[in-house]
Design a protein around this ligand. Structure first.
Ligand code: ADP
Ligand code: MG
Length: 791
């Protein structure tokens, strides 16, 4: 029509007056008027307008297209590769060094060793870290950007040419179609030899119009809809013929690699050892396996490496995850049984004069939750088996007084007690709290930390051994010391999440079998609790003492810092106090030490020159820390610049503002914990989180704290965002090694595994009738102890 009319006026008219029966979007009207003025536009403006018009037309057309639910195309895959590999399981054993496997030379073996893979068994348990899902068979209209997919389509056009801009680049363009639509696939070949006419012709001819092709790859959003990026393409001999490629149409495992060891090579080696998956070794009784709807372990081990479909992959993963959790729970529950069988002093006095007197002395009554938890503890203590109980409660829920009550029961029964805290600051705090009550009750109590002078220490240890000293307060260093009690009845451990299985073992190995009460103010998600504390009973203080005003939390950007300072001033004028907290990066105290010192200088010298500003950080001597806290508690300083040493235990009711700098560098649970340092008195309190992260996600993450004051919700979120290792804090947290299982996503499997573990152990505590399970457990224990030795 070009001769009759300019294309631009044709477009302007058509967009304005579409053919009858078609309803077009209002935006076409605007396009139309811009085409009216086409001859006044510059070349680049014209280009932009045409591109925009095409895009809008394309989008509109996509919307017009009726949605036909079409089944995915069919694609036949060649039979599983390993079966045909002809490698008989013969001389190879699970313990065979990888270097002796046919096809694995010393060089590859050395590379595998870098990944910690030494024998065949190691490789079998080296699970893919991800999969390329080329088994996702779709029609062209169903291609989704961001996903991998495979289509089966017919070639409509095949055109190869050298790039007009770059003579070294060959481009092969394929026009493909299936019943749902068309798709252009471009392949690029860089290099002079690809741009020869002969080569270009050959490409064109290899994909003749009418041929059926299978295409696998990652789908990206192109200018005119989804497109494959760098796909794998194979021409099928006939539409029904199986695809020869080992990748097209399949789920491709993606393994963690190391230098020099490529993905293909690792898959090759894996294929060589897969026939060795032990067929007979099924640890679960058949009936139980069926009831739980689990795949056989051998099948799962094989299919995790060579899944034929997503369903098969999920089922395999589920089985292996289940086994990991099952072994973990068996171990924990066995420990618990063992613990329960040891004798412990029964702390069941006829009367409890000390406890009664304490409850009278307290200026407040216990909350219902505190009463309930104390009753649970009391029932445990009365038994002649050692208690192993974890008390979880949000910051400020009043765990400490409950712990004191439990200790008093021990004294009432003529036993001694110990109270352990993770840091000296916290131990000091506890000691100070105890000194408020215990002298009035005529209970003898002492503090033992790293900074206790030698003479005093000797005296303490002597008093402890002869039974004169009733309560010893200290850090976990108590475990290292040659501390001997005359009659230890109860150990209270604060901040349980830093006191792992190993430390608990150490206590037991000292020949002590006291009751154990542990407390944590960082509520941990149930999956973590089951994993790390699966051998403990759990009590919950799920109620705050009355009269607390909720803390108002606000997010500020670095530019709004002056608002924070204004609020501090306002509160201080009203007689309150404020914390300014700076991050402490693990193990590199020096870098943040400076910033804490810097901020202290700036605040005391400039911003709050008229106020007293204190400083507290981990590098200070114990006495200086004490003095800084005491000055703040007494109101001699009104602002305390601190690192996270204030995180636990510091209890100053007049503190009503907390400003956290670089909030993006803290974990959510940790911030929640920090925030618990304010809002301890009656005044309305504020927490201001200053974040300097550029990344919007880090802001979103912090928003959780603004919205929620529920420690469990926050901890759950933290686990999701940062993973269990970070949430628990240290490497010694006793977290089991899980290769596949995720404590975030596999909670439901964990719950099942725990029930099954209980079921199995109640019928067969020593696993004598479950030899394969016992063997796996043994094997895992060896692995763990090997890892510990390496550490
Ligand atoms: P946690 O250790 O759980 O963070 P604490 O035991 O330190 O909490 O208690 C926080 C504050 O609340 C303390 O000052 C404590 O004396 C006070 N407190 C504890 N229980 C009650 C209660 N039932 N009613 C009022 N105040 C309480
Ligand atoms: Mg506490």
């Amino acid at each position: 029509m070009g001769r009759r009319e300019h294309f631009s006026s044709f477009l302007a008219r058509s967009l304005r007056e579409p053919p009858p029966g078609l309803s077009v979007p209002a935006s076409f009207g605007q396009l139309s008027s811009r085409f009216d003025a086409y001859d006044q536009l510059s070349a680049s403006q014209r280009q932009a307008l045409v591109a925009q018009c095409r895009q809008q037309l394309h989008q509109w057309r996509q919307q017009q297209r009726p949605v036909v639910p079409l089944a995915p195309p069919r694609l036949r895959l060649a039979a599983a590769t390993f079966a045909a590999s002809g490698l008989a399981a013969g001389p190879l054993q699970l313990e065979t060094p990888l270097g002796e496997v046919r096809g694995v030379g010393p060089k590859t073996a050395a590379q595998l060793a870098q990944l910690g893979l030494f024998v065949v068994r190691d490789l079998l348990h080296y699970y893919p870290r991800d999969y390329l899902d080329y088994a996702n068979l779709v029609r062209i209209s169903g291609l989704e950007p961001g996903r991998t997919a495979t289509i089966v389509a017919t070639v409509r056009r095949s055109h190869a040419f050298s790039s007009p801009r770059n003579p070294q680049l060959a481009i092969h363009e394929l026009q493909l179609a299936d019943v749902t639509g068309r798709l252009r696939v471009s392949r690029f070949f860089a290099g002079r030899r690809f741009t020869t006419p002969g080569w270009l012709k050959l490409q064109q001819r290899q994909f003749p119009p009418g041929a059926t092709v299978a295409v696998s790859g990652l789908v990206k959003e192109g200018a005119y809809g989804p497109q494959f990026q760098d796909p794998l393409i194979e021409v099928l001999e006939s539409p029904q013929a199986p695809v020869r490629s080992k990748e097209i149409g399949r789920l491709i495992p993606v393994y963690g690699l190391t230098e020099g060891l490529g993905a293909d090579r690792l898959r090759q080696v894996m294929e060589a050892v897969l026939p060795l998956v032990p067929r007979s070794a099924e640890p679960l009784p058949e009936a139980l396996r069926q009831r739980e709807g689990l795949l056989e372990r051998a099948t799962a081990l094989l299919r995790i490496h060579q899944p034929r479909s997503q369903e098969e992959l999920q089922a395999s993963r589920q089985r292996l995850v289940f086994d990991e959790f099952l072994l973990m729970q068996l171990g924990l529950l066995q420990r618990r049984r063992e613990l329960r069988q040891r004798p412990a002093p029964s702390l069941n006095p006829d009367g409890a004069p000390l406890l009664d007197r304490f409850l009278e002395l307290l200026p407040f009554g216990f909350t219902a939750a505190q009463q309930r938890v104390l009753a649970e503890i009391r029932a445990d203590l009365a038994r002649p088996q050692p208690m192993a109980r974890l008390v979880q409660g949000d910051v400020g829920s009043g765990k400490t007084v409950v712990a004191i009550a439990a200790l008093l029961l021990a004294f009432d029964s003529g036993c001694q007690g110990a109270l352990m805290a993770p840091t000296e600051v916290l131990a000091d705090q506890h000691y100070a709290t105890l000194c408020r009550w215990l002298p009035q009750l005529h209970v003898s109590c002492a503090l033992l930390t790293g900074s206790t002078p030698m003479r005093r220490r000797r005296q303490l240890l002597a008093d402890l051994a002869n039974g004169q000293l009733q309560l010893l307060v200290g850090t976990h260093a108590l475990l290292e010391d040659p501390v001997q009690f005359a009659r230890l009845g109860l150990v209270v451990v604060d901040e349980q999440h830093r006191f792992g299985v190993r430390q608990r073992d150490r206590l037991l190995h000292k020949g002590l079998q006291p009751h154990l009460l542990t407390m944590t103010a960082t509520p941990i998600p149930r999956t973590l609790a089951l994993s790390v504390h699966g051998d403990l009973d759990v009590s919950q203080i799920d109620e705050l003492p009355p009269g607390r005003t909720p803390i108002r939390t606000q997010l500020l950007s670095a530019g709004e810092r002056s608002k924070a300072y204004a609020l501090i001033r306002q509160e201080v004028v009203a007689g309150q106090r404020a914390y300014v907290v700076l991050p402490l990066v693990e193990e590199s105290e020096t870098s943040d030490l400076r910033s804490a010192v810097e901020v202290h200088q700036q605040l005391s010298g400039e911003v709050f020159a008229d106020l007293q500003v204190g400083l507290l950080h981990g590098r200070m001597a114990s006495a200086d820390k004490q003095a800084a806290i005491a000055a703040f508690a007494a109101g001699q300083t009104q602002v305390l610049v601190s690192t996270t040493v204030v995180e636990v235990g510091v209890d100053v009711p007049e503190a009503s503002v907390m400003v956290v700098e670089h909030a993006e560098r803290f974990g959510l649970a940790q911030l929640h914990q920090l925030r618990g340092r304010v809002g301890r008195g009656a005044a309305a309190s504020h927490c201001l989180l200053i974040h300097e992260g550029r990344n919007p996600q880090s802001r979103q993450r912090l928003d959780v704290l603004v919205r929620s004051s529920d420690g469990f919700e926050i901890a759950e979120m933290d686990l999701r965002l940062r993973g269990p290792g970070q949430v628990l804090g240290t490497r010694q947290s006793g977290l089991p090694d899980l290769a596949l299982a995720s404590l975030c996503d596999d909670g439901a499997v964990l719950e099942r595994a725990r029930l099954v573990a209980e079921e199995i152990l109640s019928a067969d505590p020593q696993l004598q009738r479950h030899p394969e399970l016992a063997r796996l457990q043994q094997q895992q224990r060896q692995l763990v102890s090997a890892a510990v030795r390496l550490n």
